[in-house]
Design a protein around this ligand. Structure first.
Ligand SMILES: Cc1ncc(COP(=O)(O)O)c(C=O)c1O
Length: 387
């Protein structure tokens, strides 16, 4: 067999996927590993997609995405505190938020450029940056201030080759939301150093406390023209398997991303886009239902962890993740996760896969039923007490 490319050999496989496979060997384990809603897509959305496919919407669609969905998404965004985007040329529908991030990276970074990435941060950022032959420069986040990104540390991390900054608020894996004043200061840093900003906002709908505000950096002065906002239906409407995401941004970059979309996946399936537009046009009660359940789960997890020996955590502001500090157990995060799986029958994700600052933490995703969450926490406590 001929040799694989260097890029293929160096591809990164996120630790969350490894745990997923290992967890399959323990069928009775309760999982806090999975990063997706514990709800199924609501039926009106499925029915709209089915009706579209039955009507014959089974062909290629425009590279930029279906006009109805683009219009509906720009309207939804405007109604939810985002800047005003033109549905004709400031949005592209992509195969999930993942593809939007990938196209944004290719559109902004040349080979060898640097991009600032939160550490700990979503594992696929690291793999994608590697695939485009750019370099990750980590922006350290600290448990001491709830892992909220600080403008001063963004500025300190800038190198002569830094072209872009990636933000993720609310964050996977920390659940942190960037403080509005700090976000304004980060915007000033981006303008001062002429950076592109890729703002991954796929968890924007999941904010649990009335006194916490989650703003988009794109709404700040001079930012719309240098920001690519990544959004997705995956988490907001329990549609992870549909692979519908988008990027909002200035026309010139969205135009180029549209050309590259043709080169990568050509387009997103039309019937699925019709289902997604129905979620926005007709409203859906899935989001408030999920938020109520996750908020209760978050509170249950945080208070249970506070009562367990050897572990601790912050109260996460949003998304549906919490990072738990396991360093006092004397195990590294990987050993902790593997032993908890086999001995305690609970699945968590070692956070060193989210960057070097994740070392000593595990990520717990609290999207299960209340009953499963309570049982998983009971098992975890029993196991920790047995150590
Ligand atoms: C931070 C973050 N960004 C983007 C994505 C990608 O979401 P999707 O491609 O399903 O829209 C995920 C998925 O878990 C995520 O956690």
């Amino acid at each position: 067999m001929p040799a694989l490319s260097q890029r293929a050999q160096e591809a990164l496989y996120p630790s969350v996927r490894e745990m997923f496979e290992l967890a399959a060997t323990e069928p009775t384990a309760i999982s806090f590993a999975i990063g997706e809603p514990g709800f199924d897509t609501p039926h009106p959305i499925i029915d709209a997609a089915y009706a579209a496919a039955s009507r014959g919407d089974t062909h290629y669609t425009p590279n930029r995405g279906a006009a109805d969905l683009r219009k509906a998404w720009c309207r939804y965004r405007r109604e939810h505190d985002g800047p005003d985007y033109d549905p004709n040329d400031e949005i592209i529908i992509t195969a999930g938020g993942m593809e939007a991030i990938y196209l944004a990276l290719i559109a902004t970074l040349d080979i060898g450029d640097d991009i600032l990435i939160p550490d700990p941060g979503y594992a696929n950022y690291f793999g994608q940056v590697r695939m485009v032959h750019a370099n990750v420069v980590p922006v350290p986040l600290h448990a001491g201030n709830g892992f909220r990104m600080r403008a001063s540390e963004v500025e300190e991390a800038i190198t002569p080759r830094t072209k872009a900054l990636l933000l993720n608020s609310p964050s996977n894996p920390t659940g942190a939301i960037i403080d509005p004043d700090e976000l304004a200061a980060i915007a000033e840093v981006a303008v001062k150093h002429d950076l592109w900003v890729i703002s991954d906002e796929v968890y924007r709908a999941f904010v649990y406390d009335d006194d916490v505000r989650c703003l988009s950096i794109a709404s700040m002065p001079e930012m719309k023209e240098r920001t690519i906002v990544v959004d997705s239906f995956s988490k907001t409407f329990a549609m992870t398997g549909w692979r519908i995401g988008c990027a909002f941004g200035p026309k010139p970059i969205i135009d180029q991303m549209t050309i590259m979309q043709e080169n990568v996946v050509s387009c997103v399936p039309g019937a699925l886009q019709t289902g997604a537009a129905a979620a926005l046009d007709n409203g859906s009660d899935i989001l408030p239902t999920m938020k109520t359940a996750y908020r209760a789960n978050r509170d249950m997890v945080v208070s249970a962890i506070a009562d367990m020996p050897l572990v601790s955590c912050n109260i996460p502001d949003g998304a549906f993740y919490v990072l738990v500090d396991v360093s006092a157990t004397g195990m590294d995060d990987h050993e902790f996760a593997v032993r908890l799986l086999h001995e305690g029958k609970v699945v968590v994700t070692p956070a060193s896969g989210f960057g070097s600052r994740g070392r000593g933490f595990v990520r717990m995703s609290y999207v299960g039923t209340a009953q499963a969450t309570a049982e998983g926490l009971r098992r975890m406590r029993t196991w920790l007490e047995s150590l």
